[in-house]
Ligand binder design. Structure first.
Ligand code: AMP
Length: 218
């Protein structure tokens, strides 16, 4: 199974990718997570990426494409993968097509998560993450049992710097300008399925399984 999850920030791609990838025994390749890890480790690449991420801008294509190229060659990605948050520009989509072609592979389906802007703003500005295990919470929709602490591992919860209202607005603009054109790119290749990204996680999960084809029954 080789899937791309496409959609604006806050659409729920990460949550759904984690679940489906776990069920299928394939990796979730989330460029945002990879960049945040590199930033937390303080690598040169991570520190460079951080300056873009904190203001809600995209990290340069060559940096992200390099990360993905390396990740696709890891042993666990040979059975399949879910790309979450990549590609985000036409140049990245073209680079991905070339990377896969060189490996005699292709993307099977691109799933686009449709969510209203008002809902995205509510989701992102209320989001909190665990510093240790990255499990997401929401101050209103899924608060932790103990304020500020992760239910799973007891880690400290924090707000991502790019989840501030100003950065979120910027990320939504960047999505509209740079990532939305990918819809046409994949539609014209017959690969795109749009699903409604609002509703319960179970409903959204079912819509994804239907879109991905019959071989994903949970
Ligand atoms: P995410 O966790 O997917 O919302 O990504 C957080 C941030 O990481 C984005 O706002 C970008 O700054 C950066 N980022 C993640 N994926 C990409 C990508 N494919 N291309 C460029 N920047 C990215």
């Amino acid at each position: 199974m080789r899937l791309i999850f496409l959609g604006p920030p806050g659409a729920g791609k990460g949550t759904q990718a984690r679940t489906l990838a776990g069920e299928q025994g394939i990796p979730q390749i989330a460029t945002g997570d990879m960049l945040r890890e590199a930033a937390a480790r303080g690598t040169r690449l991570g520190l460079e990426a951080k300056s873009y991420m904190n203001r809600g801008a995209l990290v340069p294509d060559d940096v992200v494409v390099g990360l993905v190229a390396e990740r696709l060659d890891a042993p666990d990605a040979q059975k399949g993968f879910i790309l979450d948050g990549f590609p985000r520009t036409l140049a990245q989509a073209e680079a991905l097509e070339r990377l896969l072609k060189d490996r005699e592979l292709a993307v099977e389906r691109v799933i686009y998560f449709e969510v209203s802007e008002q809902e995205l703003l509510r989701r992102l500005t209320g989001r909190r993450m665990c510093r240790q295990c990255e499990h997401p919470y929401h101050v209103e929709f899924s608060p932790p049992k103990r304020a500020g602490r992760c239910d799973r591992c007891g880690g400290e919860l924090y707000q991502r710097e790019d989840d501030s209202e100003a950065a979120v607005r910027r990320r939504l603009e960047v999505h509209a300008a740079q990532t939305a054109p990918l819809l046409e790119y994949y539609r014209s290749r017959g690969l795109l399925t749009a699903i409604r990204g609002e509703g319960s996680p179970q409903e959204i999960g079912s819509a994804i399984r239907r879109a991905a084809g019959g071989n994903t029954a949970a």
